[in-house]
Design a binder for this molecule. Structure first.
Ligand code: PMP
Length: 360
């Protein structure tokens, strides 16, 4: 068996020990005689798995007691709608920061529910930076301020937390959650699809401050009301049980690694290695403003685009998979989430060096 170094943006590579443990427990979880996939979600075994997963996530992110953790479905995309449905609280408008494809989708989905005010944007320079807070123009009547902590396609990441005073800060953390410690108390709501740093697709995690729950628009669809999910411990309907189980194993793995401060150092080291190479190369480049570069998703281009296919083909032959950039921007993208080992980034950089020496 050979496992590739998988640079996919999501679903993305998972920690190997997690996959091995899941494999070992597949047919018989802890002597229960069944797979986690086959268990009742209301039985003692699964409740234990779910509660442990939540406890470990709370510990990793130091989530304060006045926040609920919800395990939902519908991906981060459903949150683009659930957020205005639940957080407008009778107000007419919400503020959004427009930094690329994902912020743009959040904006588009919120428009039917409220006046969406784009209070800052990086469109002027092709979404290559995070607009500094000094350029934001917040509105008095905004129910919340939404931003995208890491633009997975553009490779732009905020390395700071906006200060929105009393207006709840709402954050799409899909592609950088758990990559570093975060002060959760600065947020009204954090959400993330699981399929990058958490676990398998099909699960979305929402961390929401208690006082923001229970103010949905009149007669919201039941499944889109945070209060319903909070009141039922995310068990209003059958939750994505296997996804929660794997997420729980990933949380345990993160704790074994030493927690999020350790992960941050590892992520800095991996990102430095790749950006360091890109910055001295005369063949490859990354166009994101240096201080806003993502540690998770690193897009880069080749000087000669005609070599893109050759680059990908030779990469695959070396076990370097899924480096093709998103179709909307072209070029390449290396996604190097928590589970990508340093060895994967080293192998990629060595390959890029050789490729440049030969074709550059
Ligand atoms: N936000 C960000 C930042 C993302 O990267 C993605 C998925 N790539 C989404 C939202 C949408 O997530 P999902 O496909 O889980 O709905």
């Amino acid at each position: 068996m050979t496992r590739a170094f998988n640079f996919s943006a999501g679903p993305a590579t998972l920690p190997e020990p997690v996959l091995k443990q899941a494999a070992a427990e597949m047919l018989d979880w802890h002597g229960s005689g069944q797979s986690v996939m086959e268990m009742s979600h209301r039985g003692k075994d699964f409740m234990g798995i779910r509660n442990q997963a939540e406890a470990d996530l709370r510990e990793l992110l130091a989530i304060p007691a006045n926040y609920k953790v919800l395990f939902l479905q519908g991906g981060a995309t459903l949150q683009f709608e659930m957020i205005p449905i639940n957080l407008l609280r009778g107000k007419p408008a919400a503020d959004y920061v427009y930094t690329g494809v994902w912020a743009g989708k959040a904006i588009r989905e919120a428009r039917p529910f409220c006046q969406v005010k784009v209070i800052a944007s990086s469109e002027d320079r092709n979404f290559s930076y995070a607009p500094p807070q000094s350029s934001w123009k917040p509105n008095q009547d905004a129910a919340y301020v939404h931003y995208t902590a890491n633009e997975t396609i553009g490779g732009v990441e905020y390395h700071w937390i906006p200060d929105t005073g009393n207006v709840p800060l709402v954050c799409d953390m899909s592609s950088n959650i758990l990559s570093k410690p975060v002060d959760v108390s600065k947020y009204g709501l954090i959400y993330a699809g699981a399929q990058k740093n958490i676990g398998p697709a099909g699960l979305a995690i929402v961390i929401v401050r208690d006082d923001l729950i229970g103010h949905a628009v009149p007669t919201p669809p039941t499944m889109l009301d945070y209060k319903i999910h909070a009141d039922h411990d995310s068990m209003f309907n059958t939750p994505p049980t296997y996804g929660i189980y794997i997420a729980g194993l990933v949380f345990q793995w993160l704790k074994q690694q030493g927690g999020l401060a350790v992960m941050e150092q590892k992520n800095i080291e991996k990102a430095k290695l790749l950006y360091g190479f890109l910055d001295q190369s005369r063949f490859f480049r990354n166009l994101v403003k240096k201080q806003d570069r993502s540690r998770m998703n690193i897009p880069f281009t080749l000087k000669d685009e005609a070599l893109n296919e050759e680059f990908l083909k030779q990469a695959r032959a070396r076990g370097l998979q899924q480096l093709k950039g998103h179709s909307s921007v072209g070029g390449m993208r290396a996604s190097i989430y928590n589970a990508m080992p340093l060895a994967g980034v080293k192998t990629l950089v060595n390959y890029m060096q050789e490729f440049e020496a030969r074709f550059g």
